[in-house]
Design a protein around this ligand. Structure first.
Ligand code: ATP
Ligand code: MG
Length: 555
């Protein structure tokens, strides 16, 4: 990326301190997704932050599946997550780990706590535990099982593991402090019984560690130095520190929290997306209107554009929401110089040049990208019948309309001046074709300077045009009404998808493959859909329109 990084973020400053004072001699980070859904733009921030820090400090970055809860996890998600992380350009090489591979070590840690008198088996029900816990104003009450002997705790915990008890009948709890002002420290549950098949360990276990116990152990086993997570875990940090200390890990990891990335008027919640998929409103988790990584990729976003976006968002401790327009800005900037600018007509209207010889075709040179000559040029066929955009002709033009109308002359981009001389209409009075005459003297590049025209329109040669489908998108939620209604249901935008079946493309689109993207002159950036496009029936997604009022924030 072109711009220099101006200032260090607060996490970098903390890491600098840790390295300077010898707390750590290296940097090791991780991204720990739970494989219970697809990754979204928020996760991209966490991935790129963690991978970026490892790279910056010459350390390593792990992809670790936090698969300690067998209820919601699926292999499908394991695969999609790996693909997304790789695609984003976060380099984990072969450093892919599963928290469930550490179940033995976690069990050993639990036994260690029992032996130290720091954990006990509790027979209270979930409701009782909740009632005993107290709240912000009332201190908790100690469990009547809190003072069981080490021997009894060990026996009961081993029996829990052996499958002798039913789900929910007993738990293992850390013995910390029921009067702590931090509720997370009030003898939290660290193991529960769950007779369930796990996607990785099968039926080996019927007890599973709780997140707050498992996560620090996973980090410690992998020698993570900086365990970077989002703000909601701030109150859990004392417990994180307690676990790594009491389990006696050397060079224990350190947790640092940052604010989640929120995008305005965008849906990331799994619950909502699931409903949209089930109701058939979107065609899967990768529907281009969503902001899962898979959806952004399908829409035509590039890893570079997302990297840039995350960089612009910065890292902070304060929750805030970023405008979706900034993401659009980043993809425009990324594609602007990289991708060719081609002619495509979204709403076709026939244009016939009455005085152009029938049966003749000439080839006109056209630069592939006006701002980047390195992309070269191509030859566009031009003949008597062309396609133009419906909106580039008006029979009765309003003031300041400089495109085609009867008697008016415009420039056909890269070709000739044409003057409108008449129209054809169907029985209902709709214009079905526009007739023009052209002036051979005005050929583009000929240096003609006889007169000027105010309008330039684009066109596609009719006989060689490729037919394609183009899908235009708007925000899936209604921006005016806000994301949710009074009942918490999504305010959907009925116009979030427009399908244009009959678009006409210049012949150079032949061979366009999934994920190829282009600037369509005047119409925006488009990308070949990876699911529905076929070589003989191309389908394009509009990534973004060409212009926006979005301004990069100063500073
Ligand atoms: P969600 O509920 O939105 O799917 P999650 O937190 O349940 O997200 P996890 O798989 O647990 O998903 O998250 C993996 C990592 O991604 C965690 O470290 C989490 O803090 C981080 N993360 C999740 N959402 C965001 C976000 N919006 N911005 C930055 N990081 C995020
Ligand atoms: Mg989660």
């Amino acid at each position: 990326m072109s711009e220099e990084k101006i200032e260090r973020n607060f996490i970098e400053m903390e890491i600098d301190k840790d390295l300077a004072n010898g707390t750590y001699s290296h940097v090791q980070t991780r991204f720990p997704p739970e494989p219970n859904g697809y990754l979204h733009i928020g996760h991209a921030k966490s991935i790129l932050l963690n991978a970026g820090l490892a790279k910056e400090y010459g350390g390593k970055f792990n992809l670790r599946y936090d698969d300690t809860n067998p209820t919601k996890e699926k292999w499908e998600f394991v695969e999609s997550i790996r693909e997304d992380v790789e695609w984003l350009g976060a380099s984990f090489e072969d450093r892919v780990f599963f928290a469930s591979d550490y179940f033995d070590e976690m069990y050993e840690c639990a036994l260690k706590l029992i032996d130290k008198g720091k954990a006990f088996v509790c027979d209270l029900s979930a409701d009782e535990i909740r009632a005993y816990r107290g709240d912000f104003t009332t201190p908790g009450k100690e469990s009547p099982y809190r003072n069981r002997s080490v021997e009894e705790n060990r026996r009961l915990f081993e029996e829990m593991k052996a499958g002798m008890y039913e789900d929910g009948s007993r738990v293992l709890r850390a013995k910390i402090d029921m009067s702590s002002p931090n509720i997370n420290m009030r003898d939290p549950v660290i193991y529960r019984i769950a007779h369930m098949t796990h996607q990785n360990t099968g039926d080996k276990w019927c007890i599973y560690p709780m997140y707050d116990f498992a996560h620090p152990i996973e980090d410690a086993i992998e020698h993570i130095t900086h365990s970077i997570c989002t703000l909601e875990f701030e109150d859990h940090r004392p417990l994180y520190e307690w676990v790594v200390k009491e389990c006696e890990f050397e060079e224990p990891p350190r947790q640092i929290e940052f604010a989640k990335l929120y995008l305005t008027n965008v849906i990331t919640g799994k619950r909502y997306i699931k409903k949209l998929v089930e109701d058939g409103i979107v065609d899967g988790w990768d529907d281009p209107r969503l902001v899962s990584i898979a959806a952004l990729r399908r829409r035509g976003y590039t890893p570079e554009s997302i990297q840039r976006f995350v960089e612009l968002c910065g890292v902070s401790k304060a929750n805030s929401s970023v405008d979706y327009a900034m993401l659009e800005y980043c993809i425009r900037e990324d594609l602007k110089l990289k991708r060719p600018r081609m002619m495509a007509i979204l709403h076709p209207l026939k244009l016939i040049i009455d005085n152009y010889p029938e049966g003749q075709t000439e080839f006109l040179p056209m630069p592939n990208n006006l701002e980047n000559p390195d992309l070269g040029e191509r030859e566009l066929p031009f003949s008597r019948e062309l396609w133009i955009e419906e909106e580039d002709f008006m029979e009765v033009p309003p003031k300041k309309y400089f495109r085609l109308f009867p008697g008016n002359e415009v420039r056909l981009m890269g070709a000739y001046f044409v003057t409108c001389v008449g129209v054809e209409k169907d029985a209902d009075g709709n214009v079905t074709a526009v007739h023009c005459t052209y002036d051979p003297e005005t050929k583009s590049g000929s240096g003609f300077s006889g007169r000027k025209v105010k309008g330039t329109i684009h066109w596609v040669n009719a006989s060689t045009a490729i037919e394609a489908e183009c899908r235009l998108y708007e925000n899936i939620v209604d921006e005016e009404r806000g994301k949710l209604d009074a009942e918490g249901k999504l305010n959907l935008n009925p116009n979030s998808l427009t399908v244009l079946k009959n678009c006409k493309l210049e012949p150079d689109f032949c061979g366009a493959r999934a994920y190829d993207s282009y600037q369509f002159v005047r119409n925006g950036y488009f990308c070949v859909d990876c699911k529905d496009s076929r070589p003989e029936a191309l389908v394009f997604n509009r990534i973004v329109s060409l212009k926006s009022s979005f301004q990069l924030p100063k500073g």
